[in-house]
Design a binder for this molecule. Structure first.
Ligand SMILES: CC(=O)N[C@@H]([C@@H](O)[C@H](O)[C@H](O)CO)[C@@H](O)CC(=O)C(=O)O
Length: 309
């Protein structure tokens, strides 16, 4: 299959990384996790991203996780995209090579952290180096300015790619609120690139702009809500689509009131799925049973548990 033949449609879960109470990986949860996603109609994953605490994992752990997702997903998931970004571009090359060797469907990368690129052209040059390490895999740029602090317009990256050649480049996972840049990227080069939208709380806006694929942390347990939103939108029922998006916004508003971070999100995953995902890695905080009980009561009151069933 050529790079440009790679397509992706629908929800892509950014999976949590299951851990034991002592902080070690709990790989035995990945197989039931795959089934849990499939039961919600979520058929793609984006492994070792921010939700997966990729930046807190060692190289060996990232490789083990990628291997486990690819093997557990075989015949069940459509695409396993492995995130390979970090502080060191040579580590990213190694992870890219590894992802290719284990049969992942695609890779994605954040720009390097600490020493950061500042222009679209510099991002393109980094992607060229990473992409060359996995010449058969479609490569996505992971735009997450909130965390990466790389505040480029992705359209500038797409322009730069006209001179800095990255033969495996396939598009962008866009986790930001700038709908103008997102819209410009969707039509750039006549829609040549895939734009996966990454802010669950405003996926409906991205749908209206023309997006067809979405990466999210809350899809892990609310896949049915977002799939209903997509189906309603595709059927022209905007009111029903808005109702589902409003539920997701109500839910996220509650989490924000309790200091939403990936650690809290991971606890919600355990609460909803009934599987124990363990604590997050430091510096994210463990939450007390008392606090979790309060959050649970608020979610119950707003109908969240009914909506995700
Ligand atoms: C920073 C972050 O966590 N972003 C989430 C969103 O799903 C996000 O949690 C959600 O929109 C709530 O803000 C995804 O874009 C994350 C993601 O795809 C990843 O783990 O890499």
């Amino acid at each position: 299959m050529s790079i440009m033949d790679f397509q992706i449609d629908g929800l892509v879960a950014a999976p949590f990384t299951p851990m034991k109470d002592n902080g070690e990986l709990n790989l035995s949860l990945i197989e039931p996790y795959v089934d849990y996603l499939v039961s919600q109609g979520v058929l793609n994953t984006f492994v070792c991203g921010s939700t997966g605490e990729g930046a807190s994992l060692s190289m060996a752990e990232r490789k083990m996780l990628a291997e486990k997702w690819v093997s557990a997903g075989k015949g069940k998931l459509t695409n396993v995209i492995v995130h390979v970004g970090g502080c060191s571009i040579t580590d990213s090359q190694e992870l890219a090579r590894h992802a290719e060797s284990i049969g992942a469907q695609a890779i994605a990368s954040l720009p390097t952290c600490v020493f950061r690129p500042t222009t679209g052209k510099q991002v393109a040059e980094q992607l060229q180096i990473i992409g060359a390490a996995a010449p058969s895999l479609p490569l996505f740029y992971y735009h997450l300015p909130d965390m990466s602090k790389v505040n480029i317009m992705v359209e500038d990256l797409f322009d730069a790619l006209e001179t800095v050649k990255v033969p495996t480049f396939r598009g962008c996972k866009y986790t930001d609120y700038n709908m103008m840049d997102f819209g410009r990227c969707l039509v750039h080069s006549n829609g040549k690139y895939i734009m996966m939208y990454g802010r669950d709380e405003q996926g409906l806006c991205a749908l209206v702009m023309g997006a067809t694929s979405f990466v999210g942390s809350t899809f892990n347990y609310s896949g049915k809500v977002y799939n209903r939103m997509r189906a309603a939108y595709d059927n022209g029922d905007l009111e029903a689509a808005r109702k589902e998006q409003n539920m997701s916004q109500h839910f996220l508003r509650i989490l924000v009131q309790y200091g939403m971070d990936i650690g809290l999100n991971k606890y919600i995953m355990s609460m909803v799925s009934g599987m124990d995902f363990g604590p997050p890695r430091p510096p994210m905080q463990r939450r007390s049973e008392e606090e979790l009980a309060k959050i649970k009561a608020k979610l119950q009151a707003c109908g969240f548990f009914e909506a995700v069933k």
